[in-house]
Structure formats: C-alpha cells, structure tokens
Write a protein that binds this ligand. Structure first.
Ligand code: OXD
Ligand code: MN
Length: 596
C-alpha cells in the first residue's frame, strides 16, 4: 500500500521507525470501513478479538489482555527531558538520550514477522484550530480498532496536518512480548514523541489519550498558552434553551464519566432542564476571541470502567456501549454471548467465561470470592452513541466554560461544595486536591493521595511550572475567568456510609454552582472559601435528606483542615522551589484564617 501523505516529516520519521523495528509489512490506516472490517475479521480469526451477540451488541467485540497487563503503569511511566528539574520530582524522569539508549535494543527488530500499522489521527474536531495531529505506529490490531473509536483517524487526520507541517506527535508502540519487567511508557515532550513498549492495555497503548492529550499536550499548552486538563465537560440547558458549561477534574475512579452523563432529577427534567455531554475525561482549553475560556474534547469516544456501570448509575454510558464498542476484560455469558461485569445487574451468567477466558459457573465463582470481570475492565464506546451527546461536540471553537470544578474522595474533610475566593485561590484549591483510597483498591482505607488538579499521573512537565501556568492563564482571562469550585460527593456518616446520594442528584450542586456564576445567590464567606446557605441546595424530592443533613455536609472541621494543610505543605516541599510564591502565600493565608 502506498503512502497516504507526502509530508516529508512524517515520511522521514516513518523511515526511522521502520529501520529500527523491521516489520515484514507496513499498512497505512486510511480510516475506511472496508479496511477496518478486514482488520476486525483478521483479529477474530486469530482469537485476538471475539464476537458478541450480534442482535444485542451489533458491531461490538471482546478482547482479553494478558493477566499482567490490565492497567496503566505509573511506576513505569516516564517523562524524559534534557534537564531533570523540567519533569521531576513528581514524574519519573530519565534523561532523553539515556532513555532512548536503554529502549533502542528493546525496539530493535521487534516487529520482525509482524505488520506495522501506521495510524494518523486527530485529537479534536477536524478543522478546529485547536486540534492536533498524531501518528502512531503499532503492531496491534486492538490498538488500531480502539484508536478508530477514540480519535478521528485516517486520511482526515493527514489532511488536517497538511503536506508540510512538522507539528505532529510521533507515537511508537510495540506490544513486543508483553513482558511486565520490560514495559515502559515514555513521553519526550521536548520532541513531541512517545515510546510505549511491552503493553497492549488501553491507557498505555492508545497513545492519543493519556500520553498525548494529557502528558504531551499539557507541555504544549504550557509553551503555547493553553491548557490540557484531566476534566470532563458538560452543558446544562435551562428551560429557555440556554446552555452553560462546566468542566470538572476528579482523580481516576471518582465518577467523571457518571457526572459527565448525569440524568437530571425528576423535578428538574419536568421543568425542562437537560444535561449534555461534551467529554468525560479530557478538556483542551483556550482563550477565545471574546476573552472567555473555551473547551474542546480532543477525544471521539469513551474509554470507561465497566464494573459499576448499569442502567441506574449511568444509563447514557451503558447505551453508548450497545453498538460498535470494544469490551476489554469483561465476562461473557456463553449461552447468549452477552457481556457481564460486577454491578451490571444481579444476574451473573451461570454458563460464564470469566475475564481471563476460563469457563466458570458465574454465581458460584463469585460466591467463592472471585470477580467475573476484571475491576479495571473497560468499554471503548463511540461518543456518537451517547444519547446525551452535546450538539457542540464537534464545534471547532469548543464551548465557553462558566465554572471549573475540582473534587476528590474525602470521607470527612471537604464539604459538599464551596467556591474559591478568586482565580488564584482556586488554583490553590486545585493544587491541594487529594483523594482517599478505598479498601477495595489498596487494602488501606483513607490513605490520602495528593493529586493536584487530578493531573499527578498526567502532567508532562514540572508540577511547580504547571501551577505557575494556571496562574498565568488567570492573568490572561482576567474578569472573564471561569469561577472555580470544589465538590465532594463522598462524605460518610459514623457507619461509613455515603451521606450524599450522588449520581443524578449531583446536578443539585451544579445548579448552585451556576447560580453563583450568574451572581444569583448569596454565600457565606468562611476560612476555606464561599459556602452555600444550606437552604440554597435544592433537595426537592430527595428522601432522607433535610436541611440538617445539608448543614452537616457543609460543615468544616478546622483541625482536619489544618492537618490537610500540612499535607499540602509536604507536597509543595517535595515539588520544591518551582512552586509559585503565590501558592505558598495562599497556603499561609488559609492556615491563618483557619487558626483564627
Ligand atoms: C482513565 C484514568 O482511564 O484516568 O481515564 O485512569
Ligand atoms: Mn482519566
């Protein structure tokens, strides 16, 4: 097959990676349905992919990874720069040429006997001035088929790049032998390059997502004056048809996809309120011509966690998986060829195949303490399937952002919601973000992991410089800057049970946030920021939640907060001298206010 582009920069790089990896064959991915179908058929014939019930799941496929390859590997993920202080100490760092010298032998001849697929892809809507192009080479059909869902892929991406531009991200992936101890996920932000080897699992190998759209793009944004953030984007439409947009950053596994696709509580829906999803994981944000902040979703699909997804927790996500989706590491019902995962429903299949491919009796297997689906099993679903997809999804200019929301999983410290005093204080609030691990994940409940702006695993440069960039963006935006808030859906009572119902009811908090942005509701100025009057959180139709419950959810324990300040101080000390002085003063001022 001939080249799909004349772009000499793409072709020169391709020559280099072909010489290094020596594939038997090179196939350009043009994005045509015909080519994709041939690849699906090939993957089905080799067992890399399995078909599913074609009536219930038309066009859907199942894939099982190796047991040792089921999640992102933060310990083996590196940001490589020439100077250590430009990426360390929060990131793993190695000097660029040293890393390349170490990895080159792993890539040498690695595609011998294999086909190299060349995937041109575009992050962001085709034609958007904010979109960026990447080219990923890979020896995995699974990667090609997932990239088709997650990005705008094929000839359209090369057309977006043009015949001369050198502004594309070079992604080199080989699953090699999927050896854990030789697995590396490496970003070279100074060279717009990503090298990923010995994994075939989503987040490590779909290089457009975390590697490009967050790690590389955050650095590009720093250099070019925009922001790449680990944020969902949603719109709330009022009964008059006006839509206001919110972006929100939560650490992984805190419900971003659920919030992005929430279904309004009944009384809001009856009045005519609607919620629209623009994105569930990543936002690229630029200052628009009118001086406001605009967000695009660089992705074209959702790579969501399957367990826990059901018609009640996230109907829209579930519907998104019903056609042309790929399921990774879920269980199957052998009688019906339907997929199943923990939390989908209460009826695990009896004649099941669990996620690694072993036939089991589902209910018995679960009763013995096993999981049928891997806890990090995933669906890759096209955004166009989502019943609440925003009609602005493809808008090349993005959507204007009224509010930025931070949040984490905090059993006691953070109140249900509060507003920062101003942009700089909001940047402090984001930098102080933290989430408590759950027993299911670590065995130790309540271990606080500091995760600034939910970007700890995804910032492609020095975290102190990243904070500085946020402050700079605030200067650019001036009084047009979105208002910044913090939420916590996870406060617990004495029995360790969640007090706030969460899911669709989170809209009640978003409504207060938007009312604050419009200046329509008063708030209480406190040591930590502006807190709502309990009566201003709409609880109509909520069972078991009254004014006193909301007051409890809004309470602030100053001792716990002072303890938390020490955690922030530790983080700042770890990052070191590049933490902006402004944030250290914000921390000092907060401690002062709390101590009064
Ligand atoms: C994700 C993550 O997969 O944040 O989105 O881990
Ligand atoms: Mn994420």
């Amino acid at each position: 097959m001939s080249n799909l582009t004349k772009n000499p920069n793409v072709l020169a790089w391709l020559d280099e990676v072909i010489a290094l990896t020596t594939p038997d064959k090179v196939v350009w991915i043009d994005g045509s349905e015909e080519q994709l179908q041939a690849l699906r058929d090939e993957a089905i014939s080799t067992g890399e992919m399995e078909t599913l019930n074609s009536e219930e799941y038309p066009g859907c496929l199942l894939h099982r990874t190796k047991k040792n390859d089921v999640a992102r590997v933060e310990g083996r993920t590196y940001i490589c720069t020439k100077k250590k202080e430009d990426a360390a100490p929060i990131n793993n760092w190695m000097e660029t040429s040293e890393m390349k010298a170490m990895l080159t032998p792993l890539y040498t001849g690695v595609m011998k006997g294999r086909t190299m697929y060349v995937i041109p892809y575009c992050m962001g809507p085709i034609g958007s001035p904010y979109s960026k192009v990447g080219v990923e080479v890979t020896d995995s059909i699974y990667v090609v088929l997932n990239m088709d869902i997650m990005t705008r892929m094929g000839q359209c991406a090369l057309d977006q790049l043009g015949d001369e531009s050198n502004d594309f991200v070079r992604g080199l992936h080989s699953k090699a032998d999927v050896e854990e101890e030789k697995r590396y996920i490496v970003q070279f932000p100074e060279e717009n390059a990503i090298w990923s080897i010995n994994s075939a699992y989503g987040g490590n190998v779909l290089l457009g997502k975390k590697c490009f759209a967050l790690r590389i793009a955050s650095y590009q944004g720093y250099k070019e004056g925009w922001m790449a953030e680990h944020m969902l984007i949603l719109g709330i439409e009022d009964p008059n048809g006006n839509v206001e947009y919110i972006t929100a950053a939560f650490p992984s596994a805190c419900g971003k996809t659920n919030l992005a696709m929430l279904i309004p509580p009944k009384h809001f829906a009856e009045k005519g309120y609607k919620v629209w999803t623009v994105g569930d994981d990543i936002a690229w944000m630029h200052v628009g011509e009118d001086g406001r902040l605009y967000a695009i979703n660089p992705e074209a699909g959702f790579f969501g966690v399957a367990p826990g997804t059901n018609a009640k927790s996230n109907y829209n996500a579930l519907m998104s998986t019903k056609k042309n989706a790929i399921f990774t590491n879920v269980a199957v019902d052998n009688d019906t060829r339907k997929v199943w995962w923990e939390g989908l429903d209460k009826n695990p299949p009896v004649n099941a195949t669990e996620w690694t491919g072993i036939p089991v009796n589902g209910p018995e297997y679960i009763a013995e303490g096993n999981k049928l689906a891997h806890p990090n099993s995933r669906f890759t679903a096209p955004a166009v399937n989502c019943p609440c997809l925003s009609k602005e999804f493809d808008n090349p200019n993005g959507v204007p952002v009224s509010a930025i929301v931070f949040g984490g999983r905090r059993a006691k410290t953070a109140p249900l919601v509060y507003q920062s005093f101003d942009w700089n204080h909001g940047v402090y609030v984001g930098s102080a973000m933290a989430s408590e691990t759950t027993a299911a994940a670590t065995g130790a409940v309540g271990v606080v992991r500091r995760d600034p702006m939910a970007m700890r695993p995804f910032t492609g440069y020095n975290m102190g410089d990243y904070f500085g960039h946020w402050l700079e963006m605030g200067k650019k935006l001036g009084d047009k800057a979105p208002k910044i808030f913090n939420v916590n859906w996870f406060r617990t009572n004495e029995d360790g049970k969640f007090i706030w119902p969460g899911f669709g009811d989170n809209m009640r908090v978003l409504m207060w946030i938007l009312a604050r942005c419009r200046g329509e509701v008063e708030a209480n100025e406190t040591a930590i920021g502006y807190l709502p009057n309990a009566a201003d959180i709409d609880v109509e139709g909520l069972e078991g939640i009254d004014l006193a419950t909301i007051e409890g959810l809004l309470s602030v324990d100053k001792d716990l907060w002072l303890e938390d300040c020490a955690g922030v101080q530790d983080l700042y000390d770890q990052i070191g001298e590049r933490v902006p002085a402004e944030l250290r003063s914000q921390l000092a001022a907060l401690r002062d206010r709390l101590s009064k």
